[in-house]
Design a protein around this ligand. Structure first.
Ligand code: HSE
Length: 310
């Protein structure tokens, strides 16, 4: 085992679904990110210490970081455990991958303290147990980009088949209205069956979006950012969603929509100036209706979870 007993990582926010790819597409953001410090101990088990005001549970089985680490520890024969110190900057229930950042950050840090014995695919698998605590489902579309960085395609959730997708430089405007939407609730309202004609349009867009990313074809990316299945249902949970979309497109957005299960909304742009104009336009809408919100103008993070202190 390495001499290093303690490590601190920055675990980034992520945008899941990317409009048309419900549960199968996601990308990592440069901002915001959680800060997680892990200490390796010589006792099996996980201790959680929160350094923020979100009052997240400290029982490991009920905590995203804890559940992910308990899953990882099952695959570790040595008598070791971890102390997790968590400072969250990604608000729980924001739609920008708060639970995934907690779960993914700690398994990457733990792996480093255990001599990097697990593959990224194995780490994603452990971290999905943390996602399950938050949302009742082990989807990997936030966790995979958080660990791999960049844009990732989850071709299959079970068994896991993760494909990193190269993408051109893009700016991301994220607006987080200060209301909470629980992922479990936002999943429960979805229909369990879709019409074949909607499915055909949807998989055309998913294929178009992947091709657009890989060919660096911004026009193709733009016209593929359509969702006929999830957005029509979930958008009712997001204040002024239609107006946000219309105004963002008027400012030159390539497109965008609900980030993960919401309430955050994201828009993609080719350049920073457009991304900032979109930020201003959306801020104006929320200011007018008197809703508190937080915005980020950032870029796609190709690194994923990053070690910031050993
Ligand atoms: N794919 C997930 C959903 C992301 O939309 O429910 C949120 O965790």
């Amino acid at each position: 085992m390495k001499e290093i007993k303690k490590i601190t990582v920055a675990s980034p926010g992520t945008v899941a679904n990317v409009v048309c790819g419900f549960d199968i597409l996601g990308f990592a953001l440069h901002e915001p990110a959680d800060i997680l410090t892990l200490t390796l101990t010589d006792q099996k088990g996980v201790t959680i210490i929160n350094h923020d005001t979100y009052n997240l549970p400290t029982e490991p089985e009920k905590n995203c970081s804890g559940a992910a680490l308990l899953a990882l520890l099952k695959a570790v024969p040595e008598n070791v455990g971890f102390i997790v110190e968590s400072t969250k900057h990604i608000k729980p229930g924001s739609g920008i991958g708060s639970s995934a950042a907690s779960a993914a950050g700690v398994v990457v840090a733990a792996n480093y303290l255990l001599d990097n014995r697990f593959t990224n695919d194995e780490l994603v698998n452990f971290a999905t147990y943390g996602e399950q605590v938050a949302s009742g489902s082990r989807h990997a579309d936030n966790i995979a980009p958080c660990i791999f960085g960049g844009v990732t395609l989850i071709r299959s959730n079970s068994p896991l088949d993760i494909i990193p997708i190269p993408a051109p430089p893009m700016f991301v405007t994220v607006v987080h209205p200060q209301i909470e939407v629980k992922t479990s609730d936002a999943r429960q309202i979805l229909k369990t069956q879709v019409l074949l004609k909607d499915a055909v349009r949807q998989w055309g867009n998913v294929a178009g979006l992947i091709a657009g990313f890989m060919k660096h074809d911004y026009e193709l990316i733009s016209r593929s950012l359509e969702d006929y299945i999830v957005e029509p249902i979930r958008s009712i949970l997001i204040p002024a969603f239609a107006e946000i979309k219309t105004k963002s497109m008027e400012q030159g957005a390539l497109g965008g929509g609900i980030s993960g299960s919401g309430p955050s909304v994201f828009m993609l742009s080719k350049d920073e100036e457009t991304a900032r104009k979109i930020d201003n336009a959306i801020s104006e809408i929320y200011s007018k209706i008197g809703l508190n919100f937080h915005t980020y103008v950032t870029t796609i993070n190709s690194e994923g979870v990053k070690i910031i202190e050993e």
